[in-house]
Write a protein that binds this ligand. Structure first.
Ligand code: AMP
Ligand code: MG
Length: 313
């Protein structure tokens, strides 16, 4: 396995691997993605097997430009305004597949819908242009575990199963995209993420918001425990108990880590997964306790990830 710096030579080498049906991990602004040519069945299969991802959980397809949608999805009045406002960026749109959509049916888990986004990262953008095909790219971690925000996280998790990781440094946003289903009226948030519901509603009017407390989520793959470290996670904790590592927000005594000493939710989101990984160490701690995080803006998505990481414990 090689980690390649994401310069021109690295991107060209990665594009060659992808075009010949191999899987390459690459950075996006959200988390590192496990990339495969979305039009090749065998390549897409490898992504499912490397991640241990259930075949019923569809993948997000990444495009270099909104114009690529024409080949993939049935048009919808709301797409142009959303793409104008949020693309490139961390908003994934679930759309009806075209009957002649060239993407593998596996990326859609055999549904008649396809999830698409244009990533806002220079390496992802250059790679898409070099491959000149849509790339399926779920987070580059074993299914159910904490998502990777650095090339080293990917190497630790999947190094043995991959032959190339493109290293573009740490991910800026550090939390996954918002998934918005446009196959319903009103549109519906299937997964809260970096783009918050109010910002979307400002562009297309009323949407159905995902209720992060109900646990009644119908998107495939949303029901399972996810984003989970191996140590037990205790949420909304004001202090640590004996043996626990404490993750603070906006300052605390004896914290093992502070997601944002000044209380900036975007900064907290970008630090969350690295903190969970670093403190997930049974040799040092018997559990991880996390401070309450305000449920505003991207705080909704942070709370969603924490709730699912703690599920079933
Ligand atoms: P990941 O690829 O790990 O970022 O996860 C992608 C998320 O998008 C998962 O929660 C999927 O269930 C969701 N998703 C992808 N494609 C579809 C689709 N066609 N319909 C509904 N949800 C989808
Ligand atoms: Mg994931």
């Amino acid at each position: 396995m090689t980690i390649k710096v994401a310069d021109d030579a690295g991107i060209t080498a990665a594009a060659d691997r992808l075009r010949s049906g191999h899987v390459v991990a690459f950075p996006t602004e959200t988390v590192y993605g496990l990339g495969a040519d979305a039009t090749q069945d065998d390549a897409v299969s490898k992504v499912f097997s490397i991640k241990g991802r259930p075949a019923v959980n569809p993948l997000i397809v990444h495009v270099a430009d909104p114009s690529w949608l024409e080949h993939l999805a049935v048009s919808d009045d709301r797409i142009a305004a959303l793409a104008d406002t949020f693309w490139p960026g961390p908003l994934t749109l679930v759309l009806k597949r075209r009957s002649d959509c060239p993407a593998s049916k596996q990326v859609s888990a055999n549904l008649d819908t396809i999830a698409v986004r244009q990533p806002d990262h220079p390496v992802a953008a250059a790679l898409l242009l070099a491959v000149d095909r849509p790339l399926a790219a779920p987070s580059a971690n074993p299914s159910g575990h904490v998502s990777p925000t650095t090339a080293q996280h990917v190497e630790t998790d999947l190094g043995d199963a991959l032959d190339m990781i493109l290293d573009g440094g740490p991910c800026r946003a550090g939390l996954e995209s918002t998934v918005l289903d446009l196959t319903t009226e009103p549109a519906r948030i299937l997964r809260p993420g970096v783009v918050d519901a109010d910002a979307i509603a400002n562009v297309i009017g009323k949407i159905d918001e995902h209720d992060t407390t109900a646990g009644l989520i119908s998107s495939p793959g949303q029901l399972e425990k996810h984003y989970a470290p191996s140590l037990p996670l205790r949420l909304n904790a004001d202090t640590a108990r004996e043996g626990e590592a404490y993750i603070a927000f906006r300052g605390a005594l004896n914290a093992a880590c502070d997601l944002s000493p000044h209380g900036d939710l975007a900064e907290a989101a970008s630090n969350l997964f690295a903190a969970l990984r670093e403190l997930d160490d049974p040799a040092r701690f018997n559990g991880i306790a996390v401070s309450p995080i305000p449920r505003e803006g991207i705080g909704q998505a942070i709370n969603d990830r924490l709730r699912r990481a703690a599920k079933g414990r």
